[in-house]
Design a protein around this ligand. Structure first.
Ligand SMILES: *[C@@H]1O[C@H](CO)[C@@H](O)[C@H](O)[C@H]1NC(C)=O
Ligand SMILES: *[C@@H]1O[C@H](CO)[C@@H](O)[C@H](O)[C@H]1NC(C)=O
Ligand SMILES: *[C@@H]1O[C@H](CO)[C@@H](O)[C@H](O)[C@H]1NC(C)=O
Ligand SMILES: *[C@@H]1O[C@H](CO)[C@@H](O)[C@H](O)[C@H]1NC(C)=O
Ligand SMILES: [Cu+2]
Length: 168
């Protein structure tokens, strides 16, 4: 119990350092016994959720995905994020999905050690799927425009999945 609480506090501390008190309201408030208030009504507790990043907005420039992640609430281990975006045409800008290695690179949108998860053509149709397999913070960002989409387009967010079952 004590260690779980400590971990919750750590999560809050580290994520709040970003000015991004994100994604774990279910966890934090669950400890206080208000869990039912914070759970997304359609989220199942029994199996992994498939979550479209941005909901009906999909993955595009000019939408704040940090706010989306906060609103979405808790993410669980083995949840699957789905990134949907159109392949670039002459009239639309490309997007992509990168994983940044740490908080520092995330804050600065520094892609020098980033890993490309999905290219500009991989977001079509059913979208690009990424499973949150590990208990770690995942720093996602669009890598297009030399950091512009990440810095100014709102196309970055952090999720830190918790084990299913710890929230209640
Ligand atoms: C949640 O489920 C209800 C009924 O099962 C459905 O009408 C509603 O659209 C769903 N909401 C979301 C956000 O998926
Ligand atoms: C995009 O532009 C190129 C050359 O300017 C042209 O050949 C191509 O047909 C255009 N594609 C679309 C989808 O408009
Ligand atoms: C980006 O990160 C690399 C190391 O990962 C560092 O060498 C470089 O100076 C950073 N660039 C900026 C603009 O901070
Ligand atoms: C997105 O929202 C967060 C939290 O309010 C804010 O700190 C950040 O500056 C916003 N990003 C953009 C690109 O407006
Ligand atoms: Cu983009």
């Amino acid at each position: 119990m004590a260690s779980i609480l400590a971990q919750g506090l750590m999560t809050m501390l580290i994520t709040c350092m970003l000015g991004v008190c994100m994604a774990n309201r279910g966890f934090d408030h669950g400890r206080l016994g208000h869990r039912h208030v914070y759970h997304h009504p359609n989220k199942t507790q029994s199996g992994p959720n498939k979550i479209t990043v941005g909901g009906s907005e999909n993955w595009h420039f000019g939408y704040n995905y940090t706010i989306w992640a906060i609103k979405h609430g808790s993410f669980y281990l083995n949840d699957i994020l789905v990134f949907k975006y159109d392949a670039p045409t002459n009239n639309t800008h490309p997007h992509s999905v990168y994983l940044l290695p740490n908080l520092r690179s995330f804050k600065k949108c520094n892609f020098s050690e980033a890993t490309m998860l999905a290219s500009p053509t991989q977001g079509g149709d059913e979208g690009f799927e990424f499973a949150l397999k590990n208990r770690q913070p995942y720093y996602f960002a669009c890598g297009e425009g030399n950091g512009y989409h990440c810095n100014s387009g709102g196309m970055k967010f952090v999720v830190w999945p918790t084990p299913r079952g710890q929230n209640f």
